[in-house]
Write a protein that binds this ligand. Structure first.
Ligand code: G3P
Ligand code: MG
Length: 350
């Protein structure tokens, strides 16, 4: 526990009119690695749930570039892994922000990429997309679209019967990391070059009346799972798509980017954090206490937190390797793991 030689008295929530500080936690490489929970994560959250010199619950939310399932499903899994209840009101994942965008596409056909089978379609439909299609649907419609993959039995079961020759795709949303990059790059290039109709005539960019929008939800080139070295993330898929599209057409394709470190995602997370504080401390709260972001990836967690004028703690349990030199984005503090980081922040605010 934290040294109690602090200057401030021990307070109870009732006496603290506002939280002394708040935390935003990245997940992969900070709290978990693949299927494993970092032991430091449980000790860190225990401090925030009350085991701290303030004697109060310190508000926190989770902000991840992960995704692929509903916020509810992920929170159920995280609560079981971490040993503390984490609810959807405390959780922002890569594509949560799309809930604010769906009105533009509610009744338009869109292609949703990433994740397992058609989990991401289910998430998209829960958000309000009424015509969300997958590249498995495309292969079901015409296997010749990509001759090198035959639908598995499991994929066949979830693929929907759609006539894509009569379905003009208006936008492509990369919710999570695609499982079959080749298939997804092929279909994305088909949709974009034919102005929405897969297999239609290729149109020069100036001939496309309504260019298909492509939206990526996670820019991570790398992320930390339970392998000894970082793994390629959705940002690597984006690079692959752009390289192929440029080879085909001579130019890059304009895209929309969400996820850490984008400003849109940090502004979205800030609203979620303020709502969490209002839930815990009363609706009068509209301003934030000092916010500490704890992350493992300088390019996403630290860059975004610094730009949001939060304090930032870079831990050494994920993507960043201190032996490889200084981080590309300087954090307020570096710590071996999330427990040290949380303890440093609390003691700093005593
Ligand atoms: O796919 C998830 C990965 O890109 C990073 O996740 O939790 O470290 O933001 P996280
Ligand atoms: Mg991470």
């Amino acid at each position: 526990s934290i040294t109690h030689g602090s200057k401030r008295q021990i307070h109870s929530t009732a006496k603290l009119s506002k939280p002394p500080l708040a935390f935003v936690f990245d997940i992969d490489g900070v709290l978990i690695r693949g299927p494993s929970v970092l032991p430091a994560a449980k000790r860190a959250l225990a401090m925030l749930e009350g085991e701290n010199p303030f004697g109060v619950k310190i508000p926190y939310i989770l902000l991840t570039n992960g995704g692929g399932v509903s916020e509810k499903e992920r929170c159920q899994k995280l609560s079981q892994q971490l040993g503390f209840t984490v609810g959807p009101s405390q959780y922002v994942q890569a594509h949560t922000i799309l809930k604010d965008q769906v009105h533009k596409y509610a009744d338009k056909p869109v292609l949703v990429l990433g994740g397992k089978l058609d989990k991401v379609r289910q998430v998209a439909e829960d958000y309000g997309f009424t015509k969300a299609y997958t590249t498995l649907d495309v292969l079901k419609w015409n296997p010749a679209v990509w001759p090198f993959h035959q639908l598995t039995e499991a994929e066949r079961k979830v693929a929907k019967p759609v006539d894509f020759s009569q379905t003009s795709i208006s936008a492509i949303f990369v919710f999570h990391d695609p499982r079959n990059w080749a298939l997804d790059v092929q279909v994305a290039c088909d949709v974009i070059q034919s102005g929405g109709i897969i297999g239609g005539p290729y149109l020069k960019s100036h001939e496309r009346e309504h260019p298909v929008e492509i939206v990526f939800c996670n820019p991570d080139l790398l992320w930390r799972s339970d392998f000894g070295r970082p793994r390629l993330g959705q940002g690597a898929f984006k690079e692959a798509f752009q390289a192929v599209y440029k080879a085909l057409t001579g130019s890059n394709y304009a895209y929309v980017q969400y996820g850490k470190p984008t400003t849109a995602t940090y502004l979205f997370a800030e609203k979620v954090l303020i709502d969490r504080i209002r839930d815990m401390y009363g609706v009068s709260h509209t301003t934030l206490p000092p916010v500490y972001m704890v992350g493992d990836n300088p390019e996403s967690d630290i860059a975004g937190a610094n730009a949001a004028n939060w304090l930032s703690v870079l831990v050494h349990t994920g993507v960043f390797d201190p032996d490889q030199g200084p981080p590309a984005y300087l954090p307020t503090h570096q710590a071996p793991d999330v427990e040290y980081g949380v303890r440093w922040a609390i003691e700093r605010e005593l």
